[in-house]
Design a protein around this ligand. Structure first.
Ligand code: IVH
Length: 669
């Protein structure tokens, strides 16, 4: 008994902590499966020892995501969670239980995706959105109506007819994979902490106090539950079909299922097919269709009896840590990387996984040569999620973070309040210099053909260049001294350098690697300053007056240009003939409307321009670049190697597929 008391206390403490990490910090330390395992163990102990039950036990509540800065509102109907299952057997058990509770009545089940985002409750009155509230602690949540209005796929006023005078609709706010990757790319560039997964990014975005930031990040929403007094239909499936007509995004994956066999087939199909969806899902949800039967089945304290979640297993593998390397980024940030014995995971061989920062190494308590669990929960970069302590060698030492830069030996600094260690030797630390060169020549910056990561490194290692401005002094003779370089490759580099002299000023500003200045900020700053001399002379106040430039970015810009090294680099780039001002005639940057709001999906690789260039062109000429093919897509701009799944989808929906020449003609180019 005393063992049980101790374990119950441990479990409650652990679950409270992980609830907080998940809902408040948006930064979970353990997987959902692990969390559910702890919760189940606690539930079992509380059932076995009812005298240990406590009304404040984590088993009696749903997690809280309440945060400061938002007004709160009480939910009309509490927002509960779903019971989880992990196997078809458990689903079969739920079906049997439900059948028994319904006294053997026939019933249909609706199968749908379990979207991995953050839940939202919307209230509509007279066809107009009046309030949006997060789940919060299940009883009351944060009012985030203004942020919700920034999500374009959510109807603010309803289409069609037949909506009740007042009703509630619930759904999931998600950040599609593409937007998630772009957001993290921008954050990596700006040296901001990355979001671990789209769920955290969606939750974090919804809680920002700036609706324009919400709008920029590209959140989306799928709806799956309607509540109210006078709903249009007597079953869930039909209500959702109505909601679709009123303008809500309801997933096409939603399906009515009539037998256990159909349920099993649905699970088997979506276990694979979900990988092609544009958004993250972590399972499926099965619901009893009839609202009358739902009412009969009712709720437990935490979840409805009429619905259950089936969680997909995240693919994970166990492998041995060979060593931890410490890598220096363009901005001097030190990233620990786990070098692993190669192991196969979701079809690819994993050899390395980022350990992000010192805090993560400490949390996981990694020791030399530990056996590590690597997971690919849909994220592109595999991550280390756990350690198998039982196979640790007895004399193994804890992995220690380096105190000095592994490249230049400088003592590292830790930025106050942040997890990252940084090498302060900005102008002489080789990987930082090479990183800046790689960035400068990159496709979205100066787009210098012929210089990739390897060539940038070789140019630096061979002493041919020591900063970005040196690139413009390269000649064929020096290039030919590089390993593997012939006339053709040297020519390509020189042509690329020549072409880069025409790259617009705003991209030159982005290419300079000014900390916290990403492509969007660079554009705004360049357009406001109009030329480099003005930009270099701007004060913090003047910079802060530019849209989206806050004090952190302004300080970073003034600091960058106060360095004599940077001023000299800029002077030499100017002498080399780069565009250092906005053209007199800015018509080239002005937007036309020839594409008239058409939704265009880009797929494959192109010859005349890069994908990013086509993306900007679509927007510049008044179209909309969308990430996935749907009924609403107007064209698919297809290059080479367009995926067969996309091709098939476009063909099925009769969406015209155009090539780049056609697109350029359409845009009047
Ligand atoms: S129904 C009373 N349907 O999963 C329960 N929830 O673990 C109503 N979720 O809080 C929820 N996709 O945030 C439902 N198709 C779906 C869902 C879904 C994702 C989320 C939702 C809920 C959580 C429960």
């Amino acid at each position: 008994m005393s063992d049980a008391i101790q374990r119950v206390n441990e479990l409650r403490q652990a679950l409270n902590y992980h609830n907080y990490r998940y809902y408040v910090e948006n930064s979970p330390e353990i997987s959902d499966i692990e969390f559910d395992r702890l919760m189940r163990e606690l539930q079992e102990l509380e059932t076995a020892y009812p005298e240990l039950d406590d009304p404040l036990s984590p088993t009696h509540r749903v997690g809280s995501d309440l945060s400061k800065g938002f007004e709160q509102a009480r939910h009309i109907y509490p927002m509960l969670s779903l019971g989880n299952t992990y196997s078809i057997d458990e689903i079969d058990e739920w079906v049997n239980r439900t059948s028994n509770s319904l006294g053997g009545q026939q019933f249909s089940i609706v199968g749908e995706m379990k979207f991995d985002g953050t839940s939202i409750s919307l209230i509509y009155e007279h066809g107009r959105l009046v309030r949006a509230v997060t789940r919060g602690d299940g009883e009351k949540g944060d009012v985030v109506t203004n942020n919700i209005k920034a999500i374009r796929s959510i109807p603010l006023t309803l289409q069609g007819e037949g909506w009740p005078e007042k009703f509630e609709i619930r759904g999931e706010i998600v950040l599609p994979w593409k937007e998630f990757d772009e957001l993290n790319e921008r954050r990596a560039f700006n040296e901001e902490p990355l979001f671990a997964n789209p769920r955290n990014a969606a939750a974090g975005t919804l809680k920002t106090l700036d609706p324009s930031e919400v709008s920029r990040r590209g959140l989306d929403a799928y709806f799956y539950y309607m509540l109210g007094e006078d709903l249009p239909a007597s079953c869930h499936y039909d209500n959702m079909a109505e909601a679709r007509k009123w303008g809500f995004k309801v997933s096409d994956a939603m399906k009515r299922l009539n037998t256990v066999e159909e349920v099993e087939k649905y699970i088997k199909y979506w276990d694979k097919a979900r990988k092609d969806l544009p958004v993250a899902t972590d399972g499926l949800v099965f619901k009893v269709d009839s609202l009358r039967q739902q009412l009969n089945l009712g709720f437990t304290a935490k979840s409805p009896r009429w619905a259950v979640a089936y969680k997909f297993a995240a693919e994970r593998a166990l492998t041995r840590l060979q060593f931890v390397s410490f890598e220096v980024g363009r901005m001097g940030i030190i990233t620990p990387v786990a070098n692993l014995e190669p192991v196969k995971l979701s079809g690819t061989v994993v050899k390395r996984a980022s350990l992000h920062n010192e805090d993560i190494i400490r949390q996981l308590d990694i020791h030399d040569h530990d056996m590590l669990y690597v997971e690919k929960g849909g994220e592109i970069i595999p991550k280390i999620v756990d350690v198998d302590i039982s196979s640790r060698q007895t004399d193994a030492k804890k992995v220690k973070f380096v105190s000095h830069c592994p490249a230049c030996g400088s003592p590292l600094c830790r930025i106050e309040g942040e997890a990252a260690w940084v090498c302060p030797n900005r102008y002489a630390c080789p990987p930082q210099i090479v990183g800046r060169i790689e960035h400068f020549v990159g496709r979205r910056m100066m787009n210098i053909d012929g210089i990739g990561e390897e060539t940038a490194q070789a140019l630096y290692d061979n002493g041919l260049i020591k900063d970005i401005a040196d690139l413009y002094s390269l000649d064929a003779q020096s290039l030919l001294t590089l390993d593997g370089f012939g006339n053709r490759s040297a020519e390509r580099v020189l042509e690329g350098l020549e072409a880069s002299r025409q790259v617009p000023f705003e991209r030159v500003v982005f290419a300079l690697s000014i900390p916290f200045v990403g492509d969007t900020t660079a554009k705004k700053v360049a357009r406001a300053a109009r030329d480099i001399d003005t930009l270099m002379g701007m004060t913090i106040e003047q910079l802060c007056a530019i849209e989206d430039v806050g004090i952190k970015i302004a300080e970073s810009i003034t600091e960058y240009f106060s360095s004599p090294v940077n001023r000299e680099i800029v002077r030499r780039l100017k002498d080399a003939g780069l565009q250092m001002s906005m053209p007199e005639d800015t018509a080239a940057y002005e937007h036309s409307d020839v594409l008239g709001g058409k939704a265009i999906v880009i797929s494959g690789t192109f010859t005349h321009h890069s994908r990013d260039e086509y993306k900007s062109m679509i927007e510049q000429y008044g179209g909309r670049n969308v990430s996935s093919i749907s009924k609403k897509t107007d064209y698919v701009l297809a290059g080479e190697n367009m995926g067969p799944a996309k091709l098939e989808k476009a063909a099925n929906l009769n969406i015209p597929i155009i090539d780049e020449d056609t697109f350029l003609k359409m845009s009047g180019k």
